[in-house]
Design a protein around this ligand. Structure first.
Ligand code: HEM
Length: 360
């Protein structure tokens, strides 16, 4: 039985590598740097693609097989797992701080406004971690699991593959305040979005490429319904389920009215696909939707709203991605690698948690 499991893992890993390599070759980056986020710009100097080659060679195959299972049970899980990596990396770096549970003595990030009743997938991570602990105890970090899950989720949804930089360690702490402050809210205008990305070391272009993750997954009516009901936003960034953007985008009226009906009739907790056209496929449809006035979140629509110099630039980039899925995939990979390299804990910093929900 054990032999079959290992053989199955190896076959899966070969499959991941083949698909990733096909992605690298077919989508032809002009340089290796184009694939790996421009080398030195990431700050994640000591991360390596072969960090577990000898210490836990089946790690990526084990993780991939769990993602296959989780996504076939619940297709939305791909989106939820991808989002976890973003919410981890934006809060003091990619250190799995987002996975720590609250205790009587400790407040983590799970109850922060952008995360509460919203982040999903913690059980999938528990299952993965538990199997990894039995195969290679205290070797594979929870932060690396999140980075691999994000890649696998994109790949399984039809998006690009990339080789994940590994070797992060897990934090000993978390910050609810930083989660509230650093993660942009759905009502953010372009200036706020750019600032929040720049604050962690990412550019305007990274922000637009990474927003393309909204080509999969769902959002609750509460994250966008007020602006639909009001028709226009009122500015400002509440950081949670509140609304307003710097200029009213030209929303498609039929789209607007169907969302208004749905949310009014079914309530604020109702889930709507972020990309109504191809909801579970990782493609460039998100950008096409924005141009046709069918973006869901006010922060998505702000990218094409125009009205000031920054919005003119963001609109041009959105148009570029809408016209050329190849360039979107390239930029998405590059920006994911940059995001995944934000302030990793390496060397003797942090620890390898035995359980991703608590420190050892
Ligand atoms: C640019 C600023 C961003 C804002 C304002 C934003 C905001 C949001 C909001 C409000 C939701 C819906 C949450 C809910 O209803 O519970 C959501 C969902 C999602 N976000 Fe973002 N997001 C941003 C960027 C990103 C980035 C950079 C990624 C990943 C690289 C990402 C990936 C996702 C995914 C995949 C979902 C769907 C999750 C699911 O279905 O479980 N987002 N986002």
């Amino acid at each position: 039985m054990e032999t079959y499991k290992v053989a199955f893992s190896s076959v899966l890993m070969m499959l991941v590598r083949v698909v990733v390599m096909m992605g690298l070759v077919i989508r032809m980056p002009t340089t290796i740097e184009a694939c790996f986020g421009g080398g030195g710009n990431s700050g994640g100097g000591s991360l390596r693609v072969d960090a577990y080659q000898s210490s836990c060679p089946d790690a990526e195959a084990i993780i991939f097989s769990w993602v296959v299972r989780a996504v076939s049970d619940d297709p939305r899980m791909a989106a939820s797992l991808l989002r976890l990596h973003f919410h981890d990396c934006f809060v003091n770096g990619c250190d799995a701080s987002v996975l720590l549970d609250d205790t009587e003595m400790f407040v983590g990030e799970k109850t922060a406004a952008p995360n509460a009743n919203s982040l999903r997938g913690f059980d999938v991570i528990d299952s993965i971690k538990s199997e990894l602990e039995s195969v290679c105890p205290q070797t594979v970090s929870c932060a690396d699991i999140l980075a691999i899950l994000a890649r696998d989720s994109v790949l399984l949804s039809g998006g690009p593959g990339w080789e994940v930089q590994l070797g992060r360690r897990d934090s000993l702490t978390a910050s609810k305040a930083a989660a509230n402050n650093n993660i942009p809210g759905p009502n953010s205008d372009v200036a706020t979005l750019v600032t929040k990305f720049q604050d962690v070391g990412l550019t305007l272009n990274d922000m637009i490429a990474l927003s393309g993750a909204h080509t999969i997954g769902k959002a609750k009516c509460s994250t966008f319904s007020s602006s639909l009901i009001q028709g226009i936003g009122s500015g400002g960034d509440g950081g949670g389920d509140s609304f307003g953007s710097d200029a009213p985008p030209a929303l498609n009226l039929d789209f607007l009215s169907s969302l208004q009906h749905l949310c009014l009739e079914s309530g604020n907790a109702t889930l709507v696909s972020l990309d109504l056209m191809t909801p579970a496929t990782f493609d460039n449809q998100y950008y096409i939707n924005l141009i046709s006035g069918e973006g869901l979140l006010p922060s998505d629509n702000a990218l094409v709203a125009g009205g000031n110099a920054a919005s003119v630039i963001t609109r041009e980039i959105v148009e570029g991605y809408a016209n050329d899925p190849f360039i979107f995939f390239q930029d998405f990979k590059t920006s994911m690698l940059k995001m995944g390299s934000l302030k990793p804990l390496t060397g003797n910093n942090g620890q390898i948690r035995r359980n991703c929900r608590s420190i050892n």
